[in-house]
Ligand binder design. Structure first.
Ligand code: NAP
Length: 303
C-alpha cells in the first residue's frame, strides 16, 4: 500500500525520501500543476544529509489527481492543514489513515472533524529539517517522532515502514499529553525569543519572565486535564534553554524570515484553552498580546 505525502516541504520531504530509499511505496501530492511541472523538471527530491546530497525520483501528482488514497502523511503547516485536507478528502478510502505532522494543537481537531470515521494519528517530532532550495531538504537535526491515536491505542501495522525507512519513532499511547507538553515548552521559550530578539540561551537574562510563564503553563496543563504533561515542566524548560542555547527558535526564524508563524496553534491555542478553563493567566495573555503587536509591526499575519 502506497504512502501519499501531501506537502513536499521540509518534514514531508524528509519522510518521503527516507521511505522511498528504503523501498517503501510513496508518492508526493503537490499543490497544483505548476508545482508538479517544477518538481518534474527538477527530477526529484534531494536530501542533504551530513554534507552528502542524493536525489530521489519519487512519483508525484497534484491535488486534482483522482486516484484513491489509503495512507496520507499530512506534512503542511498547521494553518494550511484544513484547506489541504479539504482538497483530498474525497479521495480518501473509507479505511484511510491520516498522519498529522503539524506542530502545536488545534489543527488536529480541525482536520479530524472533516474526516468522520477515518483514523487520524497526530505525531510530535523533534527532528529538524529545512529547505535550502526548491525540492531540496537539509536534514539538520537528528530527533525522534512520537505517533499516537487519541481514540484507539492499537498500533498501526505500517509502523514497520518507518522502521524500514529508519525514521526513529515510538508509538505513544498518550499523544495528546506529548503535544500539550511540547506546546507548553514552545510557549515558555519561543515567544520570548521573538520579543527579546535573542537566541534561546539568552533567555537566562529574562528568567523572571520565563519563570512566570512556566508557573502559568503548569496551571493551564493541570486545568486542561494534562497533569502528567505538567510534571517538572519548569526543569525541562530550563534544560531545553541550556541544551539549545546557541539556537534561534523556530518562531524567531519565521519572524526573521518574514514567514507566517503558527502562533494560533501555539500561544493562541494556549490562551484560548485558558479562557475555556476559566483560568486567569495574565503573563501568558500579556506575552500573547505583545507577540501579536510585534507581528503587526512586522506586517505578519496574527493567526
Ligand atoms: P514547510 O517546509 O513550509 O512545508 C510545508 C509544505 O506544505 C510546503 O511544501 C507547501 O507547499 C505544502 N502545502 C501547503 N499547503 C498545501 C496544499 N494545500 N497542497 C499541497 N501542498 C501544500 O513546513 P515544515 O517545516 O515541513 O513544517 C510542517 C509541520 O511540521 C509544521 O507544523 C511544523 O511546525 C512541523 N515541524 C517542522 C519541523 C522542521 O524541522 N521543519 C520540525 C518539527 C515539526 P509549497 O512548497 O507549494 O508552498
Amino acid at each position: 500500500m502506497s504512502w501519499h505525502v501531501l506537502g513536499a516541504g521540509s518534514l514531508g520531504s524528509l519522510w518521503a525520501t527516507r521511505l522511498f530509499r528504503a523501498g517503501v511505496p510513496v508518492q508526493l501530492v503537490l499543490r497544483n500543476p505548476q508545482r508538479l511541472a517544477a518538481y518534474l523538471q527538477a527530477g526529484g527530491l534531494t536530501l542533504v544529509e551530513q554534507g552528502q546530497s542524493e536525489r530521489y525520483a519519487i512519483a508525484a501528482s497534484d491535488l486534482s489527481d483522482p486516484a484513491p488514497i489509503a495512507r496520507l502523511l499530512l506534512a503542511c503547516k498547521a494553518y494550511d492543514a484544513v484547506e489541504a485536507i479539504a482538497a483530498v478528502a474525497h479521495r480518501l478510502a473509507p479505511e484511510a489513515e491520516v498522519i498529522l505532522l503539524q506542530n502545536g494543537l488545534g489543527s488536529q481537531d480541525e482536520v479530524a472533524q472533516q474526516l468522520p470515521g477515518r483514523r487520524c494519528l497526530p505525531a510530535s517530532s523533534t527532528e529538524g529539517a529545512f529547505r535550502d532550495g526548491d525540492w531540496r531538504v537539509v536534514f539538520a537535526g537528528q530527533g525522534h517522532t512520537w505517533i499516537g491515536d487519541p481514540i484507539d491505542v492499537t498500533p498501526p501495522t505500517w509502523l514497520s515502514d518507518l522502521q524500514r525507512g529508519q525514521i526513529p519513532h515510538t508509538w505513544s499511547p498518550d499523544i495528546l499529553g506529548r503535544l500539550w507538553r511540547k506546546l507548553a515548552l514552545n510557549c515558555a521559550i519561543n515567544p520570548l525569543t521573538v520579543l527579546h530578539s535573542c537566541r534561546n540561551g539568552e533567555l537566562v537574562r529574562h528568567s523572571d519572565e520565563v519563570e512566570a510563564l512556566c508557573a502559568e503553563l503548569v496551571a493551564l496543563l493541570i486545568g486542561s486535564g494534562q497533569a502528567e504533561a505538567a510534571r517538572d515542566l519548569r526543569h525541562e524548560v530550563w534544560r531545553v534553554i541550556e541544551a539549545t542555547a546557541a539556537n534561534y527558535s523556530s518562531m524567531y526564524q519565521d519572524v526573521a524570515s518574514a514567514r507566517r508563524t503558527e502562533i494560533s496553534y501555539l500561544l493562541g491555542y494556549a490562551c484560548a484553552a485558558a479562557e475555556q478553563a476559566a483560568l486567569q493567566l495574565p503573563h501568558l495573555q500579556a506575552v500573547h498580546q505583545r507577540l501579536l503587536a510585534h507581528l503587526d509591526r512586522h506586517g505578519l499575519p496574527r493567526h
